[in-house]
Design a binder for this molecule. Structure first.
Ligand code: PEP
Length: 251
């Protein structure tokens, strides 16, 4: 199973900045990325084409959208379909990032529709889950993970390839705060995710990747990806700079 090192650029970078960062990253990792590693960059829609051009031909480097709309086409002003994303070179999409859940108001059920529709239309999907600090303090971590996985994976097609469904466990209180989850917290949450995946997909759960996200930096990445059931990382702030993300990708 390849470790997946994923960048999430959120709503940062114009086309020129995105191109420059992607090219810088590729220059730094070209020829050095181990065979058992994969890099994914989730970029804003307007930057997808230029980032895709920078990644073209690079082994184990893929382009991702940060979101999608679960319909083929139609009167959905402001939305983007999987076919449009594939047309611009995306092979992955994120679904259910906590910023979309909390700011845009996406429900777990809607996130599940996106995951299923993206998969049925040929994209690999990174389903983001994780609890808020209030939920953690209330002892609800497993309840939240359970609910978000149940709804998020509800209609996944039976024949999916295990590497095409990725779970990103991102405790909301660790995203963009500089406060990385403790090793025990990560091990416990990822162990619970694996157990839940075993219940849902008894034949594929061990080949599905579980990423950790939340204040991953060059200085803490190697320790995090060495933990049980951590199959890679999803990185926001520290992925915006080519040098910083290259250190993470090669950690
Ligand atoms: C994220 O955006 O998914 C994220 C984990 O951000 P950061 O690495 O900045 O905490």
């Amino acid at each position: 199973m390849k470790k997946l090192m994923a960048a999430n650029w959120k709503m940062y970078k114009n086309r020129a900045e995105a191109k420059a960062t992607a090219e810088d990253l590729i220059n730094r990792i070209a020829g050095k990325l181990p065979e058992d590693r994969e890099v994914v960059i989730a970029a804003p829609y307007t930057a997808l084409e230029s980032v895709g051009a920078a990644l073209a031909g690079q082994a184990r480097c893929s382009l991702s959208a940060e979101n999608l709309y679960p319909a083929e086409e139609g009167a959905y002003t402001g939305e983007i379909s999987p076919a449009m994303l594939k047309d611009v070179g995306c092979t992955y999409a994120l679904a259910g990032h906590s910023e979309r859940r909390s700011i845009i108001g996406e429900t777990s059920e809607f996130v599940g529709e996106k995951v299923a529709f993206g998969l049925k239309n040929g994209l690999a999907m990174i389903l983001c889950i994780g609890e808020t600090i209030e939920q953690r303090k209330a002892g609800e971590v497993q309840k939240v993970i359970d609910e978000q996985l149940e709804a998020g994976l509800k209609d996944v097609p039976a024949d999916f390839a295990p590497e095409s469904v990725v779970i990103a466990y991102e405790p909301v209180w660790a995203i963009g705060t500089g406060e990385v989850a403790g090793e025990d917290e990560i091990i416990e949450a990822h162990g619970f995710v694996r157990k839940k995946l075993k219940n849902i997909f008894p034949e594929k759960f061990n080949e599905m990747r579980i990423l950790y996200g939340g204040s991953v930096k060059p200085g803490n990445c190697a320790q995090i990806i060495a933990l049980d059931n951590v199959d890679g990382v999803l990185v926001g702030g520290a992925s915006l700079d080519g040098e910083s993300f290259s250190q993470i990708a090669l950690a």
